[in-house]
Unconditional design. Structure first.
Length: 400
């Protein structure tokens, strides 16, 4: 679980604050482990929900004997891994999704980061103050304040900001500090002759385009509304009229972009007028992924040590959309990643009985066989469930 306390108010849905267990976190991975869930058995089971849209998980709230999982878009695709021990489950799971590299020692130290460090002096002063009071520090994370007008992969080299980034990174390294900066998967659309990431992305059609699965009850641009949550209440934004209160107004015409096949018009808003509109890379495409990786070269050549990948959910100002507006575009965008046709709702119910599809739905599985376990074998099972017509469907998982 990854949590970013800086970017989430922890009261968006229920209005009770961070101690309310129901409140969704800023970012989460749809992966969980069931440890010794069956008394008397070696019962270690991991579940990973492979879906990049809104995922709801009910861990025994509705039914104490089961787990309910629903995905907002796309067909249900789950990976279920069972073994005799947690170690074995992790080995099996990482054989599918990949094994992480051993992290460098400095990542275990204390790191400092704060929105608002917009010049070299503030960064160095923070480090010197830590040293002065004897507080250990190993890393410094500079937020979007280091960028040239919120342009991802850039540095603001104007006097009074970060005029000599190589020299600054060298000073930090001499102080024993490793430095990172914020990389958000958004590219500012504000024109700039020097911003090659924008010009190359547009020239090569690397950005997600605005092609939508239209709701028959709201087919036109003027019909669109985006559902939002705030301090215990829900409300709607209307993209054809609502715009983020940027210092530099965003005067784009929503009706011209809506379902047009042009690059999707989104953007970030950091409050107090800060931020810009922009586009999003189509990382479903392998060519885009390779191009995106090359964009880091300038930062590393300046002396940056590592990267803070931020707001990958994705970052989007509420006037530009919600999960409903962005994810269908991602699903419909062509690429060579794992894609299925979008459906309005898919759900599964995991309980203690046996693998049995209900509602006449077919289940496709692929199993990787390992040494024997209490299941007769250790399994890493990929399960794909076809779309369902009822509000819930059932897949039952238990030891044989």
């Amino acid at each position: 679980m990854v949590v970013d306390f800086d970017n989430m108010r922890y009261q968006n849905v229920y209005g009770q604050g961070p101690l309310d267990d129901r409140e969704p976190l800023y970012h989460s991975e749809p992966y969980f482990l069931e440890v010794d869930s069956q008394p008397g058995y070696k019962s270690q089971v991991a579940t990973f929900i492979d879906n990049y849209s809104h995922i709801c998980v009910d861990l025994g709230m509705t039914d104490q004997t089961g787990i309910r999982i629903a995905t907002r878009f796309n067909a249900f695709h789950g990976i279920f891994v069972a073994g005799d021990s947690i170690q074995e489950v992790i080995q099996l799971y990482t054989s599918i999704v990949g094994k992480p590299k051993l992290k460098p020692r400095y990542v275990l130290g204390y790191h400092q980061g704060c929105y608002g460090y917009d010049n070299e002096g503030m960064v160095l002063d923070s480090i010197n103050q830590h040293r002065a009071v004897g507080f250990p520090i190993d890393g410094m994370h500079i937020d979007v304040d280091m960028q040239d007008d919120y342009r991802t992969f850039t540095i603001d080299t104007r006097p009074g900001h970060f005029p000599n980034p190589k020299e600054m990174f060298n000073k930090l390294r001499q102080l024993g500090i490793k430095c990172s900066t914020n990389i958000t998967p958004y590219i500012s659309s504000i024109p700039s002759s020097s911003y090659k990431t924008l010009s190359e992305g547009l020239a090569n059609d690397y950005f997600i385009v605005d092609k939508r699965d239209r709701d028959p009850s709201a087919p036109n641009a003027q019909d669109q509304k985006y559902l939002q949550y705030g301090t215990g209440s829900t409300y709607f934004t209307t993209p054809i009229t609502d715009k983020p209160p940027y210092f530099e107004p965003d005067n784009y015409n929503f009706a011209e972009v809506f379902d047009s096949g042009k690059p999707f018009h989104g953007g970030v808003y950091y409050g107090w007028g800060n931020g810009h509109p922009g586009h999003y890379p189509n990382l479903n495409n392998i060519d885009v992924r390779k191009w995106w990786g090359k964009q880091y070269q300038y930062l590393y050549e300046c002396g940056l040590d590592f990267v803070w990948q931020d707001m990958t959910s994705p970052c989007i100002a509420e006037q530009f959309g919600d999960m409903k507006s962005y994810v269908p575009l991602l699903i419909k965008t062509t690429g060579n990643g794992y894609l299925l046709s979008p459906y309005s709702q898919t759900a599964v119910f995991l309980s203690a009985s046996s693998w049995t599809p209900t509602d006449g739905q077919a289940i496709q599985t692929q199993q990787r066989r390992r040494k024997p376990s209490r299941y007769g074998r250790s399994t890493a099972t990929t399960c794909t469930k076809q779309p369902i017509t009822a509000s819930t469907g059932s897949i039952r998982l238990v030891p044989s």
